[in-house]
Design a protein around this ligand. Structure first.
Ligand SMILES: [Zn+2]
Length: 120
């Protein structure tokens, strides 16, 4: 490899240990091929995990999809209820509170409530 094609494994953490930047290779190894939290990169051996539903639970509930199946692009079939990605409890709660709850309100036709809650 020369200087223009060499890829360095640059993963940076803050003083508090929080991941600031994850290299592409570490992302592939730890998240795509591994079982680390897809948001913060934590290992399930270091933090509590409850895994994130790829299709949010509020959508599954609203449309009665928990016991139905999805066909993935690979042809694999999965129950929606088990179609999840590794995620720690902290990140899953943050996503739920700051992203999913306001979006679910927006898509429920309650813009006033969602805009009030998000401060927009
Ligand atoms: Zn996390």
């Amino acid at each position: 490899m020369n200087d223009t094609t060499e890829q360095r494994d640059v993963t940076l953490a803050g003083r508090d240990g929080r991941l600031l930047l994850m290299s592409c290779q570490t992302f592939v190894n730890e998240i795509v091929m591994g079982d680390a939290c897809f948001v913060c990169g934590a290992s399930p051996r270091d933090k509590m995990f409850n895994d994130e539903h790829i299709i949010p639970r509020w959508i599954l509930k609203r449309f009665g999809l928990f016991d139905k199946q999805i066909t993935l692009p690979s042809g694999e079939r999965r129950h929606y209820r088990g179609y999840r990605i590794p995620c720690c409890v902290t990140c899953n709660s943050l996503l739920g509170d700051t992203v999913e709850a306001p979006i679910s309100q927006l898509l429920d036709g309650d813009y006033q409530g969602a805009s009030h809650k998000t401060g927009t």
